[in-house]
Design a protein around this ligand. Structure first.
Ligand code: DGL
Length: 276
């Protein structure tokens, strides 16, 4: 009897797994799609536990592991932690859980790399959720690799404000100005927008600084890093027609409608019930 040859799986055609606390991480998914149009995506937004910015580190680690497991069950070839808060707190935990089976990319390391290599930056500001700022991860990583000064400020009103569609208007400009006028951020050369939602207010932040400060938003930087890692691991897809799935742990019509802010077009969300 002829021996049946085991069909080897072409890992490169498998999807990239992207996760976030909610739908804000779609800014990262969107940036990845632009840089890598042949890649399929499996997105997971943990809308049942949103916001992560106010959760304890233990909860965020627990949720992140469970989501990583879900993405691996979906045969993802890579995991991207799109959420800044989860990246701050659970990157090492997720990597330990995945155990080197597939690459894991966070949103912080690629940004730190760019900042530490930029000679024009002497003092860098960081704005993000309470969780991200409390972790002090940007300061720790940037200071470990350079002599740069880091000023961090929690800006918890910004994410819910943007989610409710308040950007490019009087209210958002006033909230942004009130945060950015903090003494802590005086004399910065660059500002890291360390939250999934902030690409949507990038222009307003640039206007506030009259283009005098280098504004670094994480989505684009991370998408380039995802490409690099896939290339290095020979995992780049050549698929002509990639397919995307967008899962959430809790569905509401308003979540689905808000996807248009973050993904540039409204997308269909599928609910999964894996927390039970
Ligand atoms: N996705 C979160 C982040 O980037 C913002 C929203 C939340 O607090 O869950 O930090």
């Amino acid at each position: 009897m002829p021996v049946k040859k085991k069909k080897s799986v072409d890992l490169s055609t498998q999807p990239i797994g992207v996760f976030d606390s909610g739908i804000g991480g779609l800014t990262v998914a969107n940036a990845i799609q632009k840089v890598l149009p042949h890649e399929s995506l499996v997105y997971f937004g943990d809308t049942a536990h949103l916001p992560y910015g106010d959760k304890s580190p233990d909860s965020i680690k627990y949720y992140s592991i469970r989501i990583a497991q879900f993405l691996m069950q979906k045969n993802c070839k890579m995991i991207v932690i799109a959420c800044n808060t989860a990246s701050s707190i659970a990157f090492e935990t997720v990597k330990d859980f995945v155990g080197g089976k597939i690459p894991v990319v966070d949103v912080i390391s690629p940004v730190v790399e760019i900042v530490t290599h930029n000679k024009n930056i002497h003092k860098v500001g960081v704005i993000g959720t309470k969780g991200t700022i409390k972790s002090d991860i940007y300061a720790k990583k940037i200071k470990a690799a350079s002599k740069k000064e880091v000023a961090s400020l929690a800006t918890p009103l910004l994410a819910p404000m943007i989610e409710e569609g308040f950007f490019n208007n009087k209210i958002s400009r006033s909230v942004i100005a009130s945060y950015l006028s903090s003494r802590k951020l005086a004399k910065i050369d660059a500002l890291i927008l360390a939250c999934t939602h902030y690409p949507l207010i990038r222009q307003e932040v640039e206007e506030y600084y009259a283009n005098d400060v280098n504004i670094i938003d994480t989505a684009g930087v991370v998408a380039d890093s995802v490409k690099e890692v896939l290339k290095k691991n020979k995992l780049l897809s050549k698929k002509k027609s990639p397919t995307h799935h967008f899962y959430v742990s809790d569905f509401t019509k308003s979540f689905e409608e808000s996807t248009r802010f973050f993904f540039k077009s409204q997308i269909h969300l599928e609910k999964v019930d894996f927390w039970k």
